[in-house]
Design a binder for this molecule. Sequence first.
Ligand code: PGA
Length: 251
Amino acid sequence: MKLLAGNWKMNNTLEEGADLMEALIEGLPAEVVGDVRVVVSPPFLQLPQTVHALWENAQIAVAAQNGHAADGGAFTGEVSMAMLRDAEVDAVIIGHSERRQYFGETDSDVAEKVQSALRNQLIPIVCVGEVLAQRKAGTYLEDTWNQLHAAFARVNPEDMSDCVIAYEPVWAIGTGEVATAAQAQEVHAYLRAQMEATFGVSDMPIVYGGSCKPSNAAEIFAQPDVDGGLIGGASLVAADFIALVELLKAS
Ligand code: PGA
């Protein structure tokens, strides 16, 4: 399955988010989207209006950028996966490197969140990826796999095909430095092989993220184990995000 997800991060007012959504709905009719699964991931407060804007539109799905593993309770400031499902959200990004880096999320937190998402019928978009020091030390394949293995360790293999994996090398996120197509393919193929060898499941989409934009995406999307992208900066510009959908469809 080809999948393109836009991670809006902590950007836009309600009105700006609504305008962006309107431009995406207009620019992404069924004939443009084709066989690409398109996902947008606005900040929490923009989720309800985004879900409402898409009521008549099966082409685009909505993801949250985070969720708490518990279904409810005394967790001030948090939003549960159950609440996201109640708000008709379809998916949730879990373990983004910014969550790991700035909010101390551990592999074990990520594992709990993946279980919670599946329990609440949300598609988990599970992010993994090495930091620059690991890339330089040459340990990036095993470091990335260790994160992924931990995330799926307690998941029933039958549920794994419903998940999405996002490989996002941390040194490429928001830096303008994109992984080469060969670098992305190497890690994607390794993760897929490890998923198959360990859990017997490898048909979930594995998407690339990190400074992916229309000028560099074609070669990355053309790789056999790259099933799409998780897009940050370029997802805030409707024309760029639409161009990425078109490039992915053509790949
Ligand atoms: P970027 O972000 O495209 O701005 O590098 C990707 C992401 O963090 O998901």
